[in-house]
Write a protein that binds this ligand. Structure first.
Ligand SMILES: [Zn+2]
Length: 265
């Protein structure tokens, strides 16, 4: 793990990249901040998490770090120990953690509950949606540390790296670390309700677009040509043919559209 800081004092804000070693976009954003060293109005901790996995360009060494929190300093796995180290490093910090995906090009935010922080912060980020995943929080960073995650775009793409940079700057502006104003957006909010599993197969297909509703009775994916059909209407989120080993993605319901209310004082 690599830890650096912008500004002086004890940071209450952190930016984390490289939870997954095959998602380099966030690392680029952190490195750019370290190169440019912008003047900050409050200190910011910068963390590149899983350096060993990044070096090998793999998601993880022993186990998925974002299913391992809170971890244990004496864990047998690299990620188990790293999770514990990361939790102690991020203690007391509102944390911004960057990911990328094989499922969707447009950035969206992932939060563990529609909290006051999420409601205030996320509409100021250049994202198309907010996804609430508290039903599936176990082992994720935000189960242990107050965290907003963002999916920056397609894994390994230049666009994802540029999005990571824009998202980080918007986050740092929204929390008052960088000067300037953010733009408020109306945001649709989704809540994950189910995991969509997939059987062992040689080929997988996904027929639907993320965040576009799938009607009951519609085929939405196939494993070796065997179609899976929707029992009821749902919104697909993080769906991709080969993104995860044993799941296609998630089914979600749409909650409200979040409208930003500017604080009166
Ligand atoms: Zn990731």
């Amino acid at each position: 793990m690599r830890v650096a800081q912008l500004g002086s004092g004890t940071p209450e804000i952190a930016v984390v990249a490289g939870i997954h070693g095959d998602e380099p976009c966030g690392v680029r954003a952190v490195e750019r901040l370290l190169d440019e060293r912008p003047t900050v109005n409050r200190p910011v901790k910068l963390v590149v998490a899983n350096e060993a996995a990044l070096e090998r360009r793999v998601r993880f060494i022993d186990e998925d770090l974002n299913r391992t929190f809170p971890g244990d300093p004496d864990a047998k796995t690299h990620e188990g120990r790293l999770a514990a180290a990361l939790v102690s490093e991020l203690e007391g910090c509102l944390t911004f953690s960057m990911h990328s995906t094989q499922s969707h090009a447009d950035p969206f935010a992932i939060v563990n509950g529609v909290s006051e922080t999420a409601t205030e912060l996320v509409p100021q980020l250049p994202v198309a949606a907010m996804v609430e995943t508290s039903n599936f929080a176990e082992g994720r960073l935000f189960s242990a540390v107050d965290t907003v995650e963002v999916e920056c775009g397609l894994q390994g793409s230049e666009t994802a790296a540029q999005n990571a940079d824009r998202l980080t700057r918007a986050f740092l502006t929204a929390v008052g670390a960088l000067p300037g104003d953010t733009v408020d957006r109306e945001l649709p909010v989704y809540r994950l309700t189910d995991v969509i599993r997939k059987e062992q197969a040689d080929t997988y297909e996904v027929f639907v677009e993320n965040f576009t509703p799938v009607e009951a009775g519609a085929p939405f994916a196939a494993a070796d040509g065997d179609e899976q059909v929707a029992d009821e209407r749902f919104y697909p989120v993080l769906m991709s043919s080969n993104g995860y080993r044993d799941v296609f993605g998630y089914a979600a319901e749409k909650l409200d559209v979040l409208e930003t209310t500017t604080a009166a004082d």
